[in-house]
Design a protein around this ligand. Sequence first.
Ligand SMILES: [Zn+2]
Ligand SMILES: [Zn+2]
Length: 389
Amino acid sequence: MEVVNSVRKTIWFNIGFFAVTTVLGVIGWPLYAWHHGVSGAELALFVFYVWATGLGITVGYHRLFAHTTYKANPVIRFLLLFFGAAAFEQTALDWASQHRDHHRYVDTDMDPYSIKKGFFYAHIGWLIFWKHKIHYENALDLQKDPMVMHQHKNYLLWCAGAGIVTPVLIGACFGHALGAFLLAVCLRITFVYHSTFCINSVCHMFGKSTYDVNATAKDHWLVALVTFGEGYHNFHHKFPVDYRNGIRWFDFDPSKWLIRGMAFLGLVHELKRTSKFRILEARLAGEKASTSHLLQGFAMQPFVAKPLEQLQAQYVLVRQRLEGWEDAVRNYRVLVKEQMAAHSEEIKLAAGQKIREAHEHFQQAYGQWRELISLPPLQLQLSLSAIPA
Ligand SMILES: [Zn+2]
Ligand SMILES: [Zn+2]
């Protein structure tokens, strides 16, 4: 049964808040800086608050509270709730509950910020022209968390204290209370708003569908730059309980780096990671789907049948090699579980060697596969036609 999730209603309070912070930040601060100059302390406070509140949303509201991709000690939870509140993006409970609905009902009417209703709606329209019902029953775990509930029940105190009073007081210590208000409060709120909003709009429109070709969520490194690493959104929608969004070491994902750094210091624990085999499996399926689509769109019948068959055969081969590699790893782990000491060193070495061999076999087939699918359509068609059946 479809439940009515939102009704059309102009939220004047939100419109007013967005308008005032934007005007004061984008017009007021440059005018102030023109007359009074800008100090290093004000700039440092601005940069710190942009990062702290941006990461409060991505590392805290998103990856900790909405998806529970790791566990954190009370001090870290407090800091994430503090800086999350300072971003003025609702309470952690409201945010997480709506975000869980976004994943569960993505692209439907039940998705609070469905991209199917357009770029503007997904970016900011859903906050200013629609009233949403929040289904707290999807966040029973968070309702048991006293700190989350304290923030929820005393939201005004948290957001005004963390987002306005603290930065203005710090600015006042340097003799620049008004400058700090315009820069580290108003302009910073505007910047972090649009950076977070881009995750719902830009990340559902621009980029590659690496892991799930049917998802509107996309992967784009450029978008990751302005979203504190959330730009790998196709991966995130496919594997939402992974604490990482950008999984390669060089992927710009400062949220992942912060979580990993905190884990190194023992401040957070139980980081959830998706098995590399499931990731490769999804990647292969994505690559096969987009290549088949390309072939079907490009090739003329009846010349498309053989290439498609060959593509399928190559795909089956790579998948088999991947399974072989996973089996070798699984066997090794079983040996370890059954107390390796009971087995001879030789068996252990042989199991390790099997993993290396299976990995090499997979790499070989995957290399060929990658070479093939990166060919331009006509060449790809010719190459596939030339492979003996
Ligand atoms: Zn999304
Ligand atoms: Zn998410």
